[in-house]
Design a protein around this ligand. Sequence first.
Ligand code: GSY
Length: 150
Amino acid sequence: MTRRAFLGLGSNLGDREAYLQHALDRLPDVTKVSSFWETAPVGGPEQGPFLNCVVQLSTDRTARQLLAVCREREAEAERIRVERWGPRTLDVDVLWIDGETVDEYDLVVPHPRMFERAFVLIPLRELAPDLIPSDFVDPPLDEVWPYDPS
Ligand code: GSY
């Protein structure tokens, strides 16, 4: 059965736009891609801003299969992560799959922190306003701001 699914992508090391675009070009079943957003890092050590986006799939893959796809894309980015929560070339998370919940040690869907994270909700809102909590308040512009590639 084909369902709507959403993945979140983030990068704050190296050529961030190239890492996101390379992964987007190699994801299956993509139907929509959000804008890229600059976002202040949440958690972890002092580090540079992330570039974040969200992608919508129309897919019959399970959450576990999508996690495998995410891990493949991260591996292609030669993901370097010097310390936990620290800078990384690419992070790809399974955020949401319509009608599916998973609660396993290495995979929780919906993503447990997606509704607290403006760097997820702002791009997600472009694709799926129905998933945004009605009490969501836009963050200040020094937390999430539009990406200017020039
Ligand atoms: O969970 C994704 C990795 N990540 C991010 C991110 O993608 N964007 C921002 N702004 N902060 C983050 N902290 C972590 S961990």
